[in-house]
Structures are given as structure tokens and as C-alpha cells.
Design a protein around this ligand. Structure first.
Ligand SMILES: Cc1cc2nc3c(=O)[nH]c(=O)nc-3n(C[C@H](O)[C@H](O)[C@H](O)COP(=O)(O)O)c2cc1C
Length: 167
């Protein structure tokens, strides 16, 4: 089984955890790669979010309200070669950041197994699984995994990821 992780993650200033060199979701994506050999694809906006947390929140809310599809620096054209697709991101106002949809809208998920994950400050999976069930038509969206932002580096969290990928 060949797997791929499609994710969004933002380094910089974040609520409660201060300034991070590497985003929380990226840490989880790297655990998945370690356990499964998955390829990684990060959805990076052509115009990065502000380093400042409050400003970043304003930008995220504006994109969500307009259901924007922000331009990315690069796109995947196909996921044909993969069987299992991990989709992950931070929870932004209850959902994935819009950049995830910029990429998902270009792909066909028919016949794929989809494993959703989030990192968050308290919302868990939010609406992410529900949204993926609509967006990934023809794919089988499995049980999601949510890891709290302040806990991504704990060995227990890495163990949770290991148990989840083999489930
Ligand atoms: C713009 C913005 C909006 C957020 N909204 C939520 C939210 O609705 N619920 C929640 O639990 N956490 C929220 N958070 C916290 C992030 O989901 C959490 O810190 C996440 O781990 C960040 O992931 P990253 O470092 O990979 O970008 C928000 C953070 C930002 C920057």
C-alpha cells in the first residue's frame, strides 16, 4: 500500500505555544512518514499567512467567509499512484484552512482510503471529517485522529499516531 500525506502547516507565532520553528501538523505528518514511508505534500499558500497570530486569524476568517481557494506555490496533479491518502491540517475556526481545499478540489479520490487528521487547540477534529466526506467523493473516509497542539511532541502522541496508521 502506497501512501501520501497532503497537509497544511504554518510555522510562526501561535496561540498558547509561542513561536514555533516547525508547525504542529508538520510534526505529525513526519511521524506518519516515519511509520508508513508515505510521501509528503504540504499545501503552501503563494501568499503566506502573517507571522503574527492575531493577524493570521483575521486572514483565516476572511478566507473562510469567502470560501476562498488561495493560490498555492505548487499543486499535485494526480494521486493515482497512491492507495491511502492522509489529509491533515490545523483546525482553523472549526475546519481545515482553505489551502487544503485549493488542492483537494483538483484531485479525484475515487477508490482511495482517506485518513483525516488535525492538530488543534481544543476543537478536536472539528468539522474536518464531515467536510472530507463531501469533498472526497468515491473515497472511503476513515476514522480521524486529532492531536492537541501542545502535545504533538509528547511520546504518547507519537504512539497514538503509530496505532492509528496501522488500524
Ligand atoms: C488562524 C487560526 C485559527 C485557529 N482556530 C482554531 C480553532 O477553531 N479550534 C482549535 O482548536 N484551534 C484553533 N487554532 C489552533 C491551531 O489549530 C493549532 O495550534 C494547530 O496545531 C496549528 O497547526 P500548525 O502549527 O500545523 O499550523 C487556530 C490557530 C490559528 C492560527
Amino acid at each position: 500500500m502506497k501512501s501520501l500525506v497532503i497537509y497544511f502547516s504554518r510555522a510562526g507565532e501561535n496561540y498558547a505555544v509561542g513561536k514555533m520553528e516547525k508547525g504542529n501538523t508538520e510534526v505529525i505528518a513526519e511521524y506518519i512518514k516515519e511509520f508508513t514511508g508515505a510521501d509528503l505534500f504540504r499545501c503552501d499558500p503563494a501568499e503566506p499567512y502573517s507571522e503574527n497570530y492575531r493577524e493570521c486569524c483575521r486572514e483565516a476568517i476572511a478566507k473562510q467567509r469567502s470560501d476562498a481557494r488561495p493560490e498555492l506555490t505548487a499543486y499535485l496533479d494526480s494521486i493515482e499512484d497512491y492507495d491511502v491518502i492522509y489529509i491533515g491540517g490545523p483546525v482553523y475556526c472549526g475546519e481545515y484552512p482553505q489551502e487544503i481545499y485549493s488542492q483537494l478540489d483538483r484531485l479525484s479520490f475515487a477508490g482511495k482510503v482517506i485518513k483525516p487528521f488535525t492538530t488543534h487547540e481544543g476543537s478536536g477534529l472539528g468539522k474536518c471529517v464531515e467536510v472530507l466526506r463531501k469533498k472526497c467523493a468515491g473515497g472511503k473516509v476513515e476514522e480521524g485522529l486529532a492531536i492537541k497542539d501542545s502535545e504533538v511532541l509528547l511520546p504518547e502522541s507519537k504512539a497514538l499516531v503509530r496505532d492509528w496508521v496501522i488500524r
